[in-house]
Design a protein around this ligand. Structure first.
Ligand code: NZQ
Ligand code: ZN
Length: 389
């Protein structure tokens, strides 16, 4: 296992009723709370009324920051930072999924930084030393795991770049996670969010080291859990056990625990982010299209791990098969699962308008240093072409 330092600064309150029980106490120090949310789902499912009721009851001054879109933009971040500063917000409360949480992390940083936050933070891996505005989150959909890390992904529409950074000071101070809040998530979003969870685990699992390490063992259990509980939640969207497991799987995939001692790949994420920058596609759907094709490109370089994946995640027996055949059977099982879920399997379905754009998108993708096989932009273009229809 590689050397590592581990810390996670977010305190998690998990379970039915946790918002009612703890929100008042967690916001005690803040006179003015900036309440941030997305396109309105929290108004139709009752979460908005519950949260504002608690805040008003505690005498808070509430400043609303609504309308955070999926794939949040840099323009929206700047708007939020202005609002927070003009109203003297003491803390930000993000109520939503990855897009709301990420946007609020970026707002919390921009509100406390005098320079150009795009140039000095998002555009390059330079070090800035900023103490962000305190942030708390209430998670309403499982997927990104953003609630328990310092990562945020922001789209600069002008520059056509969707990029992510993990800045530990951006870990939310607290995360309230009530699985019943996810009951109203539409099936399509639940499925794509769950595929995002699976992708985070796979992108970590398929990287060195290959020798015995506890992170890989935890990941095999997590992948089986996502597959099993997603099937159960599709059958019964109000299955508390399934929703709880998916919600915690999502956090476990991105709270840094499984990354300890691992190199990590995340090339599919690099590719998907740029597809998103050009097409605004749904994150989990983009990942679903790319994964099987990408893995057929790299499996030979990580053969022992792909064999373990087939056996330990999908239950495929060797039965006289060669390692190559077993590894490919595991990738086929993943592709079949994607079809079973009704996720898209081509870039065309995802909304990429013609092959003409693919070269520009491929050449804008970041190249992962931790993958079993280091991609070139030419090979990314090949993958995009294979995925097109
Ligand atoms: O906007 P509203 O009306 O709230 O509707 C949202 C949105 O349409 C809806 N939704 C959320 N909770 C709901 C609900 N609908 C009904 N009931 C509820 N309880 O779900 C839709 C999608 O929400 P969004 O936040 O966009 O989804 P997700 O959590 O998948 O976040 C995606 C964003 O996170 C980034 C992605 O790139 C994308 O921008 N990522 C962030 C990461 C991180 N910070 O660590 C890592 C990921 O790899 C990812 O890149
Ligand atoms: Zn993701």
């Amino acid at each position: 296992m590689n050397n590592f330092i581990f810390q996670n600064a977010t305190k998690v309150y998990f379970g039915q009723g946790c918002v009612k029980e703890y929100l008042g106490c967690l916001t005690k120090q803040a006179g003015t709370v900036m309440l941030a949310y997305g396109g309105g789902s929290i108004k139709s499912n009752g979460i908005y009324d519950e949260v504002t009721g608690i805040l008003r009851g505690a005498g808070k001054n509430i400043v609303e920051f609504p309308g955070i879109m999926a794939n949040p933009t840099y323009a929206k971040v700047l708007q939020g930072a202005r609002l927070a500063m003009e109203n003297g917000a003491d803390m930000i409360l993000a109520v939503g999924g990855g897009s709301v949480m990420d946007c609020c992390k970026a707002v919390s940083l921009a509100a406390r930084y005098d320079g150009d936050i795009w140039d000095d933070f998002w555009a390059r891996q330079g070090v800035i030393d900023v103490n962000p505005l305190p942030l708390g989150v209430i998670v309403t959909v499982a997927g990104t795991g953003s609630e328990c890390n310092g990562g945020a992904v922001i789209t600069n529409e002008e520059k056509k770049i969707k990029t992510g950074r993990d800045y530990p000071a951006l870990n939310p101070k607290f995360a309230l996670m009530d699985p019943t809040y996810t009951y109203s998530v539409p099936v399509r979003q639940m499925v794509s969010g769950s595929f995002d969870i699976l992708s985070h685990i796979m992108e970590t699992y398929f990287s060195e080291p290959n020798d015995d390490n506890v992170s890989d063992d935890i990941m095999e259990a997590l992948m089986r859990s996502v597959i099993r509980n997603l099937r159960a939640a599709i059958k019964d969207p109000e299955n508390y056990t399934a929703r709880s497991n998916l919600m915690w799987d999502s956090t476990m995939a991105e709270n840094r625990v499984i990354k300890m001692g691992k190199k990590c790949d995340f090339e599919c994420h690099n590719m998907e982010h740029q597809l998103g920058a050009y097409t605004d596609c749904n994150h989990g759907c983009g990942l679903a299209v790319l994964h099987p094709v990408y893995y057929r490109h790299i499996y030979k370089a990580g053969l022992p791990k792909f064999v373990k994946f087939a056996q330990n995640v999908w239950g495929i027996a060797k039965d006289g098969k060669t390692d190559d055949e077993t590894a490919l059977a595991g990738i086929d099982a993943l592709a079949d699962f994607i079809k079973e879920l009704g996720l898209p399997t081509t870039l065309k379905e995802l909304g990429v308008a013609g092959k003409g754009q693919l070269k520009e998108i491929a050449y804008s993708c970041g190249i992962s240093a931790g993958s079993y096989k280091r991609m070139t932009h030419e090979e990314i273009l090949e993958i995009f072409n294979e995925c097109y229809e």
